[in-house]
Design a protein around this ligand. Sequence first.
Ligand SMILES: C[S@@+](CC[C@H](N)C(=O)[O-])C[C@H]1O[C@@H](n2cnc3c(N)ncnc32)[C@H](O)[C@@H]1O
Length: 367
Amino acid sequence: MEYFFILGRNPQLSYAELQCYFESRGIKFDVMAFERNYLLLSFEKEIKVDIQEFGGVVKVGKILYRGNDNNFGKFLENYIMEIDKFSFCVTGSSDSEELEEALMEKFKHERIKAQVRHGRNKMLLQKGEYVLMPNADVEFFFYKIQAELFFGRVEQDYSYTEVKERDMHKPFRRESLAISPRLSKILVNITQVKPGQLLLDPFCGVAGIIQEALLKGVNCYGIDKDKDAIESAKKNLKWLSQNYKLEANYTLLNADSKNAPNIRVDGVATEPALGEIVRRKLRDNEAKEFIERFERMIVPVLKRIVQIKKPGARIAITLPYIREHSVNIAKVCQMTGLKKIEIPGVESPIKEVREGQFIAREIVVLS
Ligand SMILES: C[S@@+](CC[C@H](N)C(=O)[O-])C[C@H]1O[C@@H](n2cnc3c(N)ncnc32)[C@H](O)[C@@H]1O
């Protein structure tokens, strides 16, 4: 059974997220294609996916036809639409326009009121390429691997409004420091923690990552050395438990994470403090000093985490980088006894750059 995933703005990161998610649930798959922001996976059997579980997937659907050109015509003839007035488009391969025309013919013949619509929405991918983000009522997916055709239809769209509501309505937001719900979900999935297990965020701030983990049924432990941040985190999580049905519990602690208590954690997802907020381009020597200061701060915390995490528990962490100045991961690993985890087919660390930011992020998985 094949499924296609239309990935978000950082396809490498989304691909890592999906792999970690399925692997942690024992769901085996083969990668049929991974191109631009399209991912085509083949599973042994039908899977149940809820797109809202992921931070990095924009659309998902099942492949309805897989086969050669000759039988595809017959398949299309028999393909029945359950609605009779809609806009549609085809995404995926360079031949999609031809297929749009063929579908148009078919719908006309069946007296169905259908019209092609792509819209103008575009998404800028991490590597600088723009991709169209159509907003038609029905979106088909078409992909060719040599002589084999794959045809499917989008079944689920990521609901930005739901996530945005959650983010905008919580009592405390710290835009300058907090990461998005999207990246929070991705980090949690990369740790491979499961519902009922315990996740630690040693730099929890106002609890952005914890919020997304709790909604997944993962128990959480948040630590922050800033008293005000912990007070705000408490209010945010109280709000969350009043507005969502939570099946997981949490503890928040105002402390320095290098002195974290003796808890046994199944995973760590975190965005550490970078130091002062940078509002201008740093010179090379300043950037180098910035990264070295970060390394001096993070090593004692990671050393403590090594003592309290269960064997094999993963740490999904964001690290700062400024142009060619990045954290020396090999040195950090050597000092802490941690190892970098490689995710097949994914660059490591994974770069996450936002336009206009002076400090970019690298995401790395350690264990
Ligand atoms: C980038 S913010 C985390 C943002 C967080 N994801 C959120 O949703 O608010 C980093 C946090 O780490 C805290 N911090 C810095 N050094 C720390 C340490 N050694 N132990 C615990 N917390 C620390 C800071 O007070 C800050 O709130």
